[in-house]
Design a protein around this ligand. Structure first.
Ligand code: C2E
Ligand code: MG
Ligand code: MG
Ligand code: MG
Length: 283
């Protein structure tokens, strides 16, 4: 605590520029309330095959509608939730909402696709994380093969031994693992082979200017080469235009996610994408 207070004393001024401490506190209180009052919902963004654009999966992205402030972006409230520890109950809620949604779609007779949830450091570090995932899947009778967990490089690099063990336990359950925002963390590439992962999601920052010069193309080509050699699927995030998709396809990316194919949509809208699809459903 003492160490934290010392740091906060310095941060107080820096924070004052963007978000004053009092505002952060009230937002944190509001977030606590939001959890109780069901102001949190999931939206779903399609992930498609690079080859032909067909739907392969989706990512669940959390949305918060504050009664007075309106939409608060995850970029703002997720860091707050992480600092306050609220990310633990919120993260559990996300897993629960996601599995409940899949169960509801299955009850409607819709073919399901694997769905991804973002996991935060605090959740991943908990020793009960694997059992929470298993329990949530079981409670909704969702096969583990329909769940993808997105972790980040920094999360798994912090304690490689533990991360490798934890990921192994998750793989044993049958869930898939994706490394999100790949290329932005400090990544020790040599460690990648130690982790039982399935997908690398190339960070948006390399995709944004993919057609603006050779640098990002070189970086993406290197990531794709590395990933494919390790037997991983490569997903490009933030694909906004057909021109970006064309370059990324040429570079060998397997899957695309981005506004060119669809934004994160409320469940009712996304559900229409699950109509009349011939697909593998393990449920
Ligand atoms: P992320 O997991 O890397 O998610 C991708 C973000 O990129 C999403 O932002 C998505 O809406 C946005 N995006 C998708 N396609 C495009 C595109 O073509 N162009 C651009 N410019 N952006 C695109 P969003 O929903 O604001 O989420 C931001 C971040 O918040 C996520 O990044 C993730 O790190 C975090 N987050 C969201 N939901 C959750 C959650 O349930 N739990 C945790 N722990 N984190 C979450
Ligand atoms: Mg993600
Ligand atoms: Mg990402
Ligand atoms: Mg991100």
């Amino acid at each position: 605590r003492a160490k934290e207070e010392g740091r906060n004393a310095v941060e107080f001024f820096a924070d004052g520029i963007s978000t004053p401490t009092s505002e952060r506190l009230s937002l944190e209180l509001a977030l606590r309330r939001a959890l109780e009052r069901s102001e949190l919902r999931l939206h779903y963004q399609p992930v498609v095959a690079a080859a032909d654009g067909r739907l392969l999966a989706a990512e669940a992205l959390l949305r918060w509608t504050h009664p007075e402030l309106g939409e608060v972006s995850p970029g703002r409230f997720i860091p707050l939730a992480e600092e306050s520890g609220l990310i633990l109950p919120i993260g559990n809620r996300v897993l629960d909402m996601l599995c409940a949604q899949m169960a509801a779609w299955r009850a409607e007779g819709r073919p399901l696709v694997p769905m991804a949830a973002n996991i935060s450091t605090l959740q991943f570090r908990r020793s009960d994380f694997v059992s929470i995932v298993a329990e949530t899947l079981a409670r909704h009778a969702i096969p583990a093969s329909l769940l993808i967990l997105e972790v980040t490089e920094s999360m798994v690099m912090r304690d490689v031994e533990r991360a490798a063990y934890q990921l192994g336990e998750l793989k044993a359950l049958g869930v898939s693992i994706a490394i999100d925002d790949f290329g932005t963390g400090y990544s020790s590439l040599a460690y990648l082979k130690r982790f039982p992962i399935d997908k690398l999601k190339v960070d948006q920052s390399f995709v944004r200017e993919i057609n603006e010069g050779p640098e990002d193309r070189a970086i993406v080509a290197a990531i794709v080469g590395l990933g494919h050699n390790l037997g991983l699927e490569l997903v490009a995030e933030g694909v906004e235009t057909a021109a970006m998709a064309a370059t990324l396809r040429e570079l060998g990316c397997d899957q695309f996610q981005g506004w060119h194919y669809g934004r994160a949509e409320p469940a009712g809208v996304f559900a229409q994408r699950l109509v009349g699809r011939e697909t593998v459903t393990a449920g």
